[in-house]
Design a protein around this ligand. Sequence first.
Ligand SMILES: *[C@@H]1O[C@H](CO)[C@@H](O)[C@H](O)[C@H]1NC(C)=O
Ligand SMILES: *[C@@H]1O[C@H](CO)[C@@H](O)[C@H](O)[C@H]1NC(C)=O
Ligand SMILES: *[C@@H]1O[C@H](CO)[C@@H](O)[C@H](O)[C@H]1NC(C)=O
Ligand SMILES: *[C@@H]1O[C@H](CO)[C@@H](O)[C@H](O)[C@H]1NC(C)=O
Ligand SMILES: *[C@@H]1O[C@H](CO)[C@@H](O)[C@H](O)[C@H]1NC(C)=O
Ligand SMILES: *[C@@H]1O[C@H](CO)[C@@H](O)[C@H](O)[C@H]1NC(C)=O
Ligand SMILES: *[C@@H]1O[C@H](CO)[C@@H](O)[C@H](O)[C@H]1NC(C)=O
Ligand SMILES: *[C@@H]1O[C@H](CO)[C@@H](O)[C@H](O)[C@H]1NC(C)=O
Ligand SMILES: *[C@@H]1O[C@H](CO)[C@@H](O)[C@H](O)[C@H]1NC(C)=O
Ligand SMILES: *[C@@H]1O[C@H](CO)[C@@H](O)[C@H](O)[C@H]1NC(C)=O
Length: 534
Amino acid sequence: MSLHLCNPTTFFSLPLPISASLLSLTTTPVTNYSASVPAIYRLTAPAIAYTNLSFCNITLTYTHPGQNDSIIIETWLPAASSSSNLTTNPTNPWNSRLLAVGGGGYQAGRFDLSYAGMQGGLGEGYATITTDAGLGSDTTARRWALLSEGNVNLYNLLNLGSASLGDMGLIGKEIIKAFYGKGPEYSYFNGCSQGGRQGMVLAQRFPGLFDGIVAGAPAVYWSEAMGGFQWPQVVMNEGGEWPFGCEVDAIGEEATKQCDGLDGVVDGIVQEVEGCLGVFDPFGMVGREVECAQLGGRVITITEAAAAVVNKTWHGRERVDGRKVWYGLVPGSDLTVNGSGIVATNCTEERCVGRANPLGKDWFELFVEKSSTADVSNMTHRELDRYVKATKQDFGSLLETDDTDLAEFKRQGGKLISWHGLIDQLLSPKATERYYQDVSAIVSETQEFYRHYEVPGLEHCFGGPSGNPLELLGQLRAWVEQGIAPEASPVNVTRLDGTTEARVVCPYPQKAKFDASCTGGACWTCEDAIRPPH
Ligand SMILES: *[C@@H]1O[C@H](CO)[C@@H](O)[C@H](O)[C@H]1NC(C)=O
Ligand SMILES: *[C@@H]1O[C@H](CO)[C@@H](O)[C@H](O)[C@H]1NC(C)=O
Ligand SMILES: *[C@@H]1O[C@H](CO)[C@@H](O)[C@H](O)[C@H]1NC(C)=O
Ligand SMILES: *[C@@H]1O[C@H](CO)[C@@H](O)[C@H](O)[C@H]1NC(C)=O
Ligand SMILES: *[C@@H]1O[C@H](CO)[C@@H](O)[C@H](O)[C@H]1NC(C)=O
Ligand SMILES: *[C@@H]1O[C@H](CO)[C@@H](O)[C@H](O)[C@H]1NC(C)=O
Ligand SMILES: *[C@@H]1O[C@H](CO)[C@@H](O)[C@H](O)[C@H]1NC(C)=O
Ligand SMILES: *[C@@H]1O[C@H](CO)[C@@H](O)[C@H](O)[C@H]1NC(C)=O
Ligand SMILES: *[C@@H]1O[C@H](CO)[C@@H](O)[C@H](O)[C@H]1NC(C)=O
Ligand SMILES: *[C@@H]1O[C@H](CO)[C@@H](O)[C@H](O)[C@H]1NC(C)=O
């Protein structure tokens, strides 16, 4: 029987890193497994559906002795045939590769999106793995942030930041060796957001562990990412006015309308984001009437406060002294997300108050204030400056993920692809562009090992008029295994009329250009573009 090695005896003497001590291990043969994963949840690979797969689920819990942590690693290994030729099981062969998947928000892994990633990988024959970094599966950090009031659980942050990822790679390879009798020929990582940051950490801190990494919308420059979540709220707090969401939305929609065509194509997608800031003035909308769906269709006028917060959100965080310090979201992104975006407010019929994004709120309350009862909803500008600085000082080495020296990753043959939706409503795509530029400035011939893709019309990780880049994972594999570097990469875009169009995204600094004289569907090509340095 093909899963006969799926029992604890196989893993009896599993070698673990010196820092780790096994607490428990379960093996579960899974048969007749079916899954259907849409492309968006695979992030960088096409949709997949299958029935009747068999795999061995090896889930283990370990601790770093003395740290009082308890980390769960879950591994799914495609059933191997019982003969010594592991590639001949026609129903579900192992493809000799490892695919690790990332987390999102305050979850390191073992949540819906990581399971979708694993289901996708399994369907393609990968041995696939995820870690919870010892944090469990809550969407908030509240349960694991503090040891006691005033004392952050730094080991949990270390595990989230990097340690659990190195462990996952090393332990995953040992599990594979024990089960199949040989390690993976190639190892890959695929993740977005927190998962994108995890991918970047693997390149920065564990060169050689993964051959190929694809990192979407990575939460790198952690302290500035946190500051960015809170910045619009601080702008509103300082102004003492909190606009209705419909005012902010009306300004955003008008910007999209006016800037849409700057790239030569009217499709509801703003590609020329810098150009948009030059031609569209949010203050030009002040006094205009909008029918406010939020208020049952009541007509209200757009306030100066709405224009001001949109303007500041697009321009990015500045310090109290007026110095601009970070990048904003870009025109075209959904700032309110119907009451849960970073410019969201919480309104009655008459007035609104602020509504801080829970990711930033958790961060500043639990980790910077180190308190389970703090409330930073009314944060001032001066406080935000201090909170961001304190984040760098207290937690920089744990989470900043801003090390641009990827020389060793390159030397060991690693390949890295990052991608970022241009209408990301949480993390500025400009930050990832900055990271790419900074790597390029210090590691020669960057394009030989690292390529970055901007995806116009894509929201945070998925959503919006653009679909996900469907082949980046496949292209990464071809790059690693055959030396074929990725160039244009396909995406499907939903046009204003609801039809689907095949387009491409391009390795930075190139941009996709529409060729009006095209025939036969291949209308989009990658062209060189001038990108001003940050
Ligand atoms: C296998 O799974 C399918 C779909 O979930 C189900 O209909 C079928 O009864 C299962 N077969 C066996 C042998 O359990
Ligand atoms: C499901 O997979 C098992 C094991 O590979 C195989 O024996 C069985 O015939 C398959 N069932 C179907 C309906 O394909
Ligand atoms: C794998 O095993 C773990 C531990 O028993 C369990 O929590 C998890 O749900 C299993 N996963 C699947 C896909 O069966
Ligand atoms: C270890 O963690 C558990 C909860 O996970 C806690 O009850 C226990 O007190 C901790 N032990 C030490 C020594 O901190
Ligand atoms: C294993 O299977 C592959 C593909 O079917 C075949 O090319 C190879 O010769 C086999 N190897 C052994 C050792 O049987
Ligand atoms: C928009 O914000 C930028 C950056 O803070 C600022 O320089 C500019 O004056 C603002 N525009 C208006 C009209 O206030
Ligand atoms: C927006 O949020 C409100 C209240 O939370 C909800 O009733 C409404 O369905 C949402 N609208 C959309 C378009 O999601
Ligand atoms: C919005 O405000 C009401 C009270 O005015 C409060 O009960 C509710 O929790 C707030 N919602 C959010 C998401 O902050
Ligand atoms: C924030 O300010 C508002 C208005 O001044 C006040 O009603 C509210 O209690 C304050 N919230 C906190 C957490 O201090
Ligand atoms: C992408 O669009 C093309 C048609 O333009 C279609 O054939 C293909 O199935 C689409 N792919 C996905 C994953 O939606």
